[in-house]
Design a protein around this ligand. Structure first.
Ligand SMILES: [Zn+2]
Length: 160
């Protein structure tokens, strides 16, 4: 049953990644929808690559550098794939077989994507940028907040 729940969660995440790939307003997706011009499709970090989901979150030399910091913080290591679905699956494999640990790694992975997306938006719309250590701190602090919020919800469920 636990394996079925874990597989179900992973399938849900894979579907979420599929939607992110198509729906997230990256510059590549905005060009495809005719919202911005082709000339505006490049990554905000000046690395001269098209900003699609895989580049933005994984292969960008600026933003992609967050992942080794995160895996070092978590005490795991390996080769990270450059496709978002494969990257997600590999990241969860780092967690091993314990369900709680896998859930924590789900959370961390989502936090990394969230921090990178917000960093991208800050650089584009606010002309403000954080360093990699600052981004790592955001991943750590927001993960802690999510964990605390989850505990509060669990306590409320148990008490009700
Ligand atoms: Zn880039």
């Amino acid at each position: 049953m636990k394996d079925a729940i874990t597989i179900s969660n992973t399938i849900t995440f894979m579907f979420l990644l599929f939607l992110i790939n198509i729906l997230l307003p990256t510059k590549a997706n905005l060009v495809n929808r005719g919202v911005i011009l082709l000339e505006a499709r490049l990554c905000v970090n000046g690395c001269r690559h098209v900003e699609d989901v895989n580049h933005l979150f994984l292969s960008c030399p600026i933003f992609g550098a967050l992942w080794p910091l995160v895996t070092a913080w978590l005490g795991v290591e390996g080769v990270d794939p450059q496709h978002i679905s494969d990257h997600f699956l590999q990241f969860i494999r780092y967690a091993g077989g314990l369900k709680l640990r896998r859930s924590f790694f789900h959370l961390i992975w989502l936090q990394c994507v969230w921090v990178l997306w917000n960093e991208r938006n800050d650089r584009i719309f606010k002309n403000r940028q954080s360093s990699l250590p600052q981004m790592l701190d955001k991943v750590k602090s927001s993960s802690l907040l999510w964990l605390k919020a989850s505990n509060v919800v669990l306590v409320l469920v148990v008490l009700s």
